[in-house]
Design a protein. Structure first.
Length: 421
């Protein structure tokens, strides 16, 4: 029986695995490393987060993004975004150096079992573990507007379903959404010769400003400090103090999680969009249906004026909604035991443990508990160290007689010296 199974091999899963291995835990990691970044983002996209705020986490801080970039001759400078492809390659490099071997099979079910949990892989193997960390990223939580849900995937897709937009060359595409995914997808489509429009509910599109210089007068830094989520004290609090965020009243946390750092485009994509894309802010889809050659959209403006347009394909860049009922890889019995917050996400304690002892969550699904940082790579550092401490605490509560590892003193490849709790 393993001490820990990590389900998911994105930035959060890999970071958790690195900290768990350094702590001497007997673990297995499942998932295709950096799958969302490799398989679900179009080529040509850039990382919105600053390079210095996009590190995966190992306990010694050896395998940072700037170290990868220096080794591979890539720039990693403030206010200079790096490509999604480079970031995905960095994640694979991190996995090779800082994480035990990753099993790329998919875990299809996690359920309760004597002494902990049983996980079933796609080819039918069952493994047992005392604790499980669910770091499943965003893909289980894809959100598509209700009016579009019944349409065939040939007509409507989510933005995360595309690693290559080439199939839309020369076509007419409508992108729904006002955030970075929508706006950068629209820019890439326009640049390859697609006729594209953006349909957004907000009255106007929001664009992030160019961040202030890294080096600046001290009084400017005091007034608006840099943080992993952008400049300003509010962003600094969300970014650097998730443990304090968790102490806020639940209604306050829910409001912030739902509204902070709302849909906005990066400064470096604005000219590419405004010069080449038809923009329809202040509109919402009332109904949609298949027609010969594509989709008919019945849309309504903020003032109630109706309009109909036809398009060959709709890309819904409408984000993700993390809810317990979308955690389909959890057995129905286990899922039914989870306490949930009002927004449907699982309630987690101060060390990311759910209401089911030994079951931990990481990433987007914890944003309502620990704040907006959990929606970004930057949150992986706090999560990894805190969650692994929680796992070790949970292991120490197990029945007497089995062994609890202690942190390895050197390389992750050294055999730890176990001690009794």
């Amino acid at each position: 029986m393993y001490d820990l199974l990590v389900v998911g091999a994105g930035p959060y899963g890999l970071s958790i695995a690195s900290h768990a291995a350094a702590a001497g835990l007997n673990l297995r990691v499942f998932g295709r490393p950096m799958a969302s970044w490799r398989d679900h983002m179009p080529r040509g996209m850039l990382l919105k987060s600053e390079p210095w705020a996009s590190n995966l986490s190992d306990p010694q801080g050896r395998w940072r993004l700037d170290a990868y970039c220096a080794q591979h001759g890539l720039p990693a400078r403030h206010a200079h975004p790096i490509s999604v492809e480079a970031f995905a390659a960095y994640g694979l490099w991190f996995a090779r150096h800082a994480v035990p071997e990753v099993d790329e099979r998919t875990v299809t079910e996690v359920g309760s079992a004597p002494g902990g949990f049983a996980a079933v892989t796609e080819d039918g193997e069952t493994l047992h573990a005392r604790t499980v960390a669910m770091a499943v990223g965003v893909m289980p939580f894809v959100e598509v507007p209700a009016a579009l849900r019944g349409l065939h995937p040939a007509l409507v897709t989510h933005s995360s379903h595309h690693s290559d937009l080439g199939q839309f060359r020369g076509k007419d595409v409508t992108v729904v959404g006002g955030g970075q995914a929508a706006l950068e997808t629209a820019a890439l489509l326009a640049e390859q010769g697609t006729r594209v429009r953006v349909l957004a509910r907000a009255d106007r599109l929001v664009w992030n400003d160019v961040p202030p210089p890294w080096e600046r007068p001290w009084w400017q830094s005091v007034r608006s400090p840099h943080s992993g989520l952008g400049p300003g004290w509010r962003n600094w609090f969300y970014s650097e103090r998730p443990s304090l965020f968790r102490r806020l009243p639940e209604p306050t946390r829910a409001r912030i999680a739902a509204t902070a750092l709302g849909p906005a485009g990066a400064w470096w994509v604005r000219d590419r969009v405004e010069s080449a894309v038809e923009l329809l802010p202040g509109h919402e889809i009332a109904a949609a249906g298949a027609v010969p050659g594509g989709v008919r959209l019945d849309i309504v403006s903020r003032d109630g004026a109706p309009r109909t347009l036809e398009t060959e394909h709709v890309v819904a860049a409408t984000g993700f909604r993390a809810r317990c009922d979308r955690l389909g890889m959890l057995s129905a019995d286990l899922r039914g035991t989870l306490a949930a917050l009002p927004d449907g996400s699982p309630e987690v304690g101060r060390e990311f443990e759910s209401s089911h002892p030994g079951l931990f969550f990481a990433g987007l699904v914890t944003a309502s508990g620990f704040g907006p940082a959990m929606r970004f790579v930057h949150g992986a550092t706090f999560t990894a160290g805190t969650l692994v401490r929680g796992v070790r605490r949970r292991l120490r509560t197990a029945p007497a007689g089995w062994m609890v590892p202690v942190p390895a003193s050197g390389s992750r490849h050294e055999s730890p010296s176990p001690v009794r709790p």
